[in-house]
Design a protein around this ligand. Structure first.
Ligand code: NAD
Length: 499
């Protein structure tokens, strides 16, 4: 395989404050638009995970960090946000090269990462600790204290944003963090690690506060989860992996938060604004080439509208511009990796075997321009039942299945007939119907007449097999802290034996 000429990318791991090549196996990371190698990143060894965890535990216990008042701790987050802004174009280009995502999208993700650090700093500076109502001769209060060492394990689809969503509140909570990026996309996390290390150095904080540990999940990820010093794991990724991590955490009675997979319904009622619904349904599944946990991959259209809506949808999907993430007009960029593209293609083949009709797409795009990239055409399938494997399993690619429904009961039954419960979109002008359906759908997030809008102020997470716990919002920091109750006696009288 050819080496990319633009291979000036970070390839060293960050182990307890030291940048160096990991002692584990080398892995090539590839630009999925061209198939060219971007960098060879060595995994860290299990011994290096140990070293990182010990460094993190020392940093977390160091009074220079542990005793730092919240508004002073917040300076690390503010400085990180500034450094992200200064490097925004580099980070976006790096993420586009590593994940294939369109530059328009990666620029927005980088901006949101800086915003996450700023918002979390503000939440930290303004967080309140409660004096609780007293029921005796004492003052009672509830304090939030750091956990110590937090393991943060992320997937490959939006590294800069998901890293920020874990690092900002975990650091704000007063912890040290072991960050493990996904095997296919370590570069942005390593670049972000460089910026945070710089901020740590400038502020004179303990160097071990952050480690960035590339490598395989079953080796490096597992070592982070099982390490006796790791006090919490926050994980985003597939449901099977989440379950494995939850089992390991149960052994240690360690808290975990899990942001997992989805098979989210987008629902078009008969009275919907059709143009708005068409644009929203397409954005919901084909932005990020469907590689989004909240991708609206099951489309439910009211039976009386189904033929005309799906017909127009297919016309519009065929007009989507497929191309490299670096082209300004690209709407559907390559998938993250050739292996993942092949997995999406295999899902579509299986759908054909289940009796699906391929209304559009269903193959790699023709033409030399697409030959070396991990491209797959935006695909709409029909003719399947919601109980089919294609409708039940997450594909994580640009594949939409169109289904119909006959009335609200049928809709809710089908939409909820899934192991997942991550997100849902409803398109209608009937606000009462939207309100009713939104409350009946099993989903952590419901969008009404919009889709895939995110705010750091609003909690995010899944129900059922889509996860455990919530990220974001003012309470996000609390997920990285332990609550301690204090009773402070105020009476000189001896304690009564009975009360
Ligand atoms: P994955 O589960 O294969 O891997 C995620 C991370 O876990 C990677 O860093 C991997 O190396 C690590 N890992 C794998 N096995 C491990 C183990 N035994 N112990 C510890 N760590 C381990 O997921 P993926 O393929 O990288 O990402 C796609 C999945 O992520 C999809 O299912 C998608 O829905 C999900 N996702 C969910 C959200 C959300 O917020 N709910 C967001 C993005 C992606």
């Amino acid at each position: 395989m050819l080496r990319s000429p633009a291979a000036a990318v970070p390839d060293e791991a960050l182990i307890a404050g030291q940048w160096r090549r990991g002692a584990g196996a080398p892995a090539e990371t590839v630009d999925p638009a061209t198939g060219l190698v971007l960098a060879t990143v060595h995994a860290v060894s299990v011994a290096e995970v140990d070293e990182a965890a010990e460094g993190a535990a020392r940093a977390a216990a160091d009074p220079a960090w542990r005793s730092l008042l919240p508004h002073l701790r917040a300076r690390l987050l503010h400085r990180t946000a500034d450094l992200i802004d200064e490097s925004a174009e580099h980070l976006a280009a790096l993420q586009t090269a590593d994940t294939g995502k369109a530059l328009t999208e990666t620029r927005a993700l980088v901006a949101s990462a800086a915003g996450t650090f700023r918002y979390t700093a503000a939440a930290l500076e303004t967080a309140e600790e409660a004096i609780t109502p007293s029921r005796g001769d004492y003052v009672t209060m509830s304090r939030y204290e750091p956990i110590g060492v937090v393991g943060a394990i992320n997937p490959w689809n939006s590294p800069v944003a998901s890293d920020a969503q874990k690092l900002a509140p975990a650091l704000a909570g007063g912890n040290a963090v072991l960050l493990k990026p996904a095997e296919w996309t370590p570069l942005v996390s390593l670049a972000l690690g460089r910026l945070i290390t710089r901020a740590i150095g400038e502020l004179g904080l303990p160097a071990g506060l952050l480690s960035v540990l590339p490598g395989r999940g079953s080796v490096v990820g597992d070592a982070i989860v099982r390490h006796p010093l790791t006090g919490k794991v926050t994980f985003t990724g597939g449901t099977d992996t989440g379950r494995t991590i939850a089992h390991a955490a149960a052994e240690k009675l360690m808290p975990v938060s899990l942001e997992l997979g989805g098979k989210s319904p987008t629902i078009v009622l008969a009275d919907a604004d059709i143009e708005q619904a068409l644009a929203g349904v397409m954005f919901g599944i084909f932005s990020s080439s469907g590689q989004s946990c909240v991708a609206g991959s099951r489309l439910f259209v009211a039976r009386e509208l189904y033929d005309s809506f799906v017909g127009r949808l297919v016309e519009r999907v065929e007009e989507l511009r497929v191309g490299p993430g670096t082209a300004p007009d690209t709407q559907v960029a390559p998938l993250v990796h050739h292996k993942h593209r092949d997995s999406v293609a295999a899902h579509v083949e299986r759908a054909r075997g289940e009796g699906a009709r391929v209304l559009c797409g269903g193959s790699v795009p023709p033409g030399d321009a697409y030959r070396d990239g991990a491209y797959y055409l935006p695909t709409v399938l029909a003719g399947l039942d919601n109980t089919s494997l294609t409708c039940q399993e997450e594909i994580f690619g640009p594949v939409l299945v169109a289904l119909d429904f006959d009335g609200e009961e049928d809709l809710v039954r089908q939409a909820n007939d899934s192991v997942y419960g991550l997100a849902c979109g409803i398109w209608t002008r009937d606000h009462r119907a939207a309100w009713r359906i939104a409350r009946r759908i099993d989903a952590g997030t419901v969008w009404i007449n919009t889709y895939k809008q995110f705010s750091i102020t609003t909690p995010f997470g899944g129900l059922k097999d889509s996860g455990l716990g919530r990220e974001k919002s003012r309470d996000g920091i609390r997920a990285y802290q332990r609550q301690k109750s204090l009773y402070w006696g105020t009476s000189d009288a001896p304690l009564p034996w009975a009360n």
